[in-house]
Design a protein around this ligand. Structure first.
Ligand code: NAI
Length: 468
């Protein structure tokens, strides 16, 4: 659905009017244009606090891009920045910064005390105003759960508040800020996540924290066809976010089995036909659905690498007015079906080693939403399911969730005007997301190099002001 306000406010007259009336002035987001587009370009500044652990890994990842890499100097506390690799040029922060920067990357993984948080100020204070529009802030920390000493856990947890606040300050420029917390010695798992968060693929992801754990050495990705040779099952693929997920995974090389309810078969076939995929008509709440899906996969492809549980419904009513079937259907589609399908696929050995399960939660599942006790309950359950399964899955299989915020689809187009407009604007980027924003995040989870990304719930919400 088109956002007329966003278009209007980016005309010269609209911009002036919005400024004088104090209305939001969202900056149009730059999304991926070509699949072979570099993950970052322009001038990139990298800095590090004391004891930084990921700095040389970051230097090596950045060296694979055409960006001009600079490392920060100027204060004692930033001395670790110099380890960013010999391709990096020195950038003295004690002099005024006059270059526009496309990304600011800071390795805070070695911070051990609240006093050392000063390194954040020393790095970002002179540079943040030089961040280009659609720029990226990325901070690397150590997972606070792995910190044995309280001052270290405090310093590492502090990064989350810092990054979220930065995201709110830079959002009006269409820029984003995110945090990656790595487990000890998991630096070799950073590649796909650093690329994702610096790239146009994460245009609508801001204020997020991702935990990366240890895993087998991540294989280098082919950025143009990272999912080549893989097979994906995508539920609810006939339209909206599901259709975009199917198209994006196919763009990256995967063969897609799209699934949707029988009345949507014609639309589904249009989607799968265009990407040389396969279509399966099935209601996932049907008692026989898990078996029928497993039979289809066994016959057509012999197994799947990715299971993307996207199908979802809303049936809104305040709790006292909610008919029984609204409750039952919403829980069945959004939560129960996912678990039963996974169980059957696992039981029959149809989810391959190093597979990926991705579930779609929602901001409603995090914050709760008026008139959506059923939907919020189901989408919150999805988070519980993902977190529990992440500890149980074996053979390199990961499970993660995406919690979309306001995404422009038929589901949100059906909302009353005022609620729709509030949903669109109440985020740091002051605009709604596109289905492809969710799809790109799923492609990142599915990347073979994302083996250490497990048990996460990442919001694709432009840093919605709702929820935590
Ligand atoms: P949509 O309504 O456009 O598409 C959902 C698809 O799921 C449809 O093709 C529908 O036929 C299919 N589906 C529904 N029940 C099914 C069943 N029993 N069996 C098989 N397929 C079934 O919705 P949209 O907006 O694309 O949402 C996709 C997912 O993202 C859903 O899980 C939704 O809850 C979630 N979400 C969407 C947000 C948004 O702003 N659009 C925000 C937060 C979450």
């Amino acid at each position: 659905m088109s956002d007329l306000y966003l278009k209007l406010v980016n005309t010269p007259v609209g911009k002036t009017a919005a400024q004088s009336l104090g209305l939001p002035s969202p900056n149009p987001l730059k999304r991926l244009k070509r699949v072979d587009q570099p993950f970052v370009e322009g001038d990139v500044l990298i800095g590090a606090g004391p004891g930084a652990k990921a700095i040389s890994t970051l230097g090596a990842i950045l060296a694979a891009s055409p960006a001009n890499l600079h490392h920060a100097t100027g204060t004692e506390i930033l001395s670790e920045s110099a380890k960013a690799g010999n391709k990096a040029k020195t950038f003295d922060l004690s002099s005024p910064v006059d270059t526009k920067l496309s990304a600011l990357i800071f390795d805070a993984s070695g911070l051990k005390t609240p006093q050392e948080l000063r390194a954040l100020y020393d790095f970002f204070h002179p540079t943040i105003r030089k961040l280009a529009s659609n720029g990226r802030v990325l901070v690397i920390g150590q997972d606070p759960h792995s910190c044995r000493k309280a001052p270290q856990a405090a310093a590492q947890q502090a990064l989350e508040g810092f990054v979220r606040a930065v995201g709110k300050e830079i959002g009006k420029k269409g820029s984003t800020a995110n945090l990656i917390w790595i487990a000890p010695n998991a630096e070799n798992q950073l590649d796909s996540s650093v690329r994702f968060f610096l790239s146009a693929r994460s245009a609508y992801v801001s204020g997020q924290t991702v935990r990366i754990g240890k895993a087998d050495e991540a294989k280098a990705t082919n950025p143009v066809a990272a999912l080549a040779g893989k097979v994906a099952l995508v539920t609810g693929a006939s339209r909206g976010i599901g259709a975009s997920i199917a198209e994006t995974l196919a763009r990256d090389g995967a063969t897609v089995i799209g699934l949707d309810i029988p009345p949507a078969l014609e639309e589904l076939q249009k989607v799968t036909g265009a990407i040389k995929g396969k279509a399966m008509a099935c209601d996932i709440t049907d008692e026989k659905a898990p078996k029928l899906i497993a039979d289809f996969i066994e016959k057509e492809t012999g197994g799947v690498d990715f299971v993307i549980h996207n199908a979802g419904i809303t049936r809104d009513k305040t709790l006292g007015n909610m008919p029984e079937h609204f409750w039952d259907m919403t829980i069945a589609v959004n939560l129960t079906a996912e678990e039963l399908i996974d169980e059957e696929l696992a039981h029959r050995g149809l989810l391959k080693d190093n597979g990926r399960i991705v579930c779609i939660s929602s901001i409603s599942g995090i914050a709760g939403n008026f008139g959506q006790t059923n939907y919020s309950c189901a989408k919150s359950g999805v988070i519980g399911y993902v977190e529990a399964m992440a500890k149980q899955l074996k053979n390199g299989i990961t499970i993660n969730a995406i919690a979309p915020g306001f995404i422009e689809t038929q589901m949100t187009a059906a909302m009353p005007f005022t609620i729709r407009e509030a949903g669109r604007r109440m985020n740091s980027l002051s605009q709604g997301g596109q289905p492809v924003d969710v799809a790109e995040a799923i492609a990142w989870y599915c990347n073979p190099a994302s083996a250490g990304v497990n048990g996460n719930v990442v919001r694709v919400c432009g840093q919605s002001l709702i929820g935590k």
